[in-house]
Write a protein that binds this ligand. Sequence first.
Ligand code: M6R
Length: 359
Amino acid sequence: SKGTYEFYMLKEIDEQPAVMRRLSTDYLDKAGKPVVDEKIVDAVSQADRIYIFAAGTSYHAGLVGKEIFEKLTGIPTEVGYASEAGYHFPMMSKHPFFIFLTQSGETADSRVVLTEANKRGIPSLTMTNVEGSTLSREATYTMLLNAGPEIAVASTKAYTAQVALQAILAKAVGEKLGDQAAKDWNLKQGLSLAAEGIQEIVDGKDKIEELAKKYLVPSRNAFYIGRGIDHAVAMEAALKLKEVSYIQTEGFAAAELKHGTISLIEDGTPVIALIDDPVTADLTRGNIQEVASRGANVITIVGKQFAKEGDNIVLPEIDYYLSALLSVVPTQLLAYFASKNKGLDVDKPRNLAKSVTVE
Ligand code: M6R
């Protein structure tokens, strides 16, 4: 039940620290070693390429997963929209392994790809929140997100669970392949920092509501920008905001704006910039300048190590590869508060269903 919450979306945002802790307990032992079905670890280790298929928010979690898998396993990883891959099947490597990310386990677009994978004898894993769901039953293997039921149409805790679970699997596979960085990666500590960090962010939600009221509620459009993992988060953040608030929002690789879209920036256009990538932090600052000088209202969401005077939302410090677990949370809250303050039905945006069982 919603308990004292007005909407499930906020309840589910607030549950994310508990979800991080549960995944850590369920999938890492006391010493921090992954506890993942050996058959799954073996099967992924033997792959020469990982293909992740999903839709919507789960697709965006896959974009983050790609960065983590490539870093920790050295296995090239591709991410595709299930809806596209179903009818334009990508060219396969010799030993592909498929991962389906799906909160519900029922998404029709993903089922089409899985059916084709099964015809071709390609091994597959479904990461899902719903035990016994169709994609879980039809794939070779399943890993459960253990995030608890997600009721709001807008997906929040399933996204962070998918990012964390991909990190756990990547570490397990990397260790199996003898990768030193994977062995050294203290994911147990990382997930505990994520739990504490998310808690700190949700405890500061009043400030985020003020930003949403001031900059987003009055606006018809908005942009999210970021580089690296922040680019992936920018796409998810944009989907979340447009889905529940009906504000037209695009998520962009920060430097791409100046290749065309910057012409849309006017006085007061909200541009929300994410900075968590050590390699490109300064470059993104430059992109902020470009839009600010054209009148944009810039909101910054910045990892503590990169924070400067005047930043709006400063995130606790965390490993770059886990940064999505923190940076996405203020964007979920911005979406929630924009929708709520517009008087909309946050949990049931128009034209949408929780799981999309048609192609
Ligand atoms: O159940 P799934 O993860 O397969 O669902 C995929 C998308 O339909 C879903 O993530 C959708 O994009 C959400 N409503 C976004 O908040």
